[in-house]
Write a protein that binds this ligand. Sequence first.
Ligand code: GYE
Length: 326
Amino acid sequence: MKKFIGLAVAGALLVAMTGCASGGSGGDGAGSGGDGDLVVGFSQVGAESGWRTANTKDIQRAFKDAGIELKFSDAQGKQENQIKAIRSYIQQQVDVIAFSPVVESGWDTVLNEAKDAGIPVVLTDRSVDSKDDSLYESFLGSDFIAEGEKAGEWIKTEYADADTVKIVELQGTTGAAPANDRAKGLRDAFGDDAKYDIIASQTGDFTRAGGKQVMEAFLKSNPEIDLVYAHNDDMGLGAIEAIEAAGKTPGTDIKIVTVDAVHDGMQALADGKINFIVECSPLLGDQLVDIAQKVAAGETVEKRIVTEETTFTADQAKEALPDRQY
Ligand code: GYE
């Protein structure tokens, strides 16, 4: 009994000396060392798309491989659920909080709470529009404006000889960084050239069902559509169903450009139903582990880490498909 009390006192002293047992920016300084002590809380957007599923799998795999405990929560597309999850991670005094914000705005309060608790925050995949960039250590993810521009550049080349191009746009989740930026990138590429006419634009919420439903409505109210620009593959795949149901041939009667390059999108590209895909990689797990380890150890990391990505035509999709991981 005496021995047990002695141990408990020694343990309490150790905790007092090092600040706190598992929380705080001191990371795994609580004693036994190694990543076995590190606890990371991650709040995911949801499971809206093939991209998201691949992203979740990769993150869970990477933390497992690194032997780091990952507390994972799915916000089911709702910002309020993410805020709740972040608050719960603060309460649990995790070492690092990482999250992929559903929308860009409205984060300052909860991020200040994390900052006050001394818990470093890493943004993954999507960013926030906070003016105060001391609220997070790093933002790891794609350049969504560049993705929109790449789509626009392909359209410009493809329609170089046309007089006018009638475009409908299936936007991602309203207020989400990739929806805002992919819309902007496309328009940036077109500049003030009136030839590129975006005749309709609406959110399909990054889902296949949403893309299909919105495309059905677009087809009813617009007899002439040259091209669909979908902010992700899933909405493009939904649009294919709507176009086929309307008796038209996707990829020929109406061309389709999407973003992501997940397996089903690449297959549709190889099959000629989608015409061009701008890649957005969901494989962020290993980089996120690396950043989490560094910030937990109090090291500074790059404020912005951009994922490297490419684009695919049908031939390139055929070549890439056999080795595609997702
Ligand atoms: O493109 C889309 C997903 O934030 C980059 O979210 C991500 C986007 C991705 O639902 O498919």
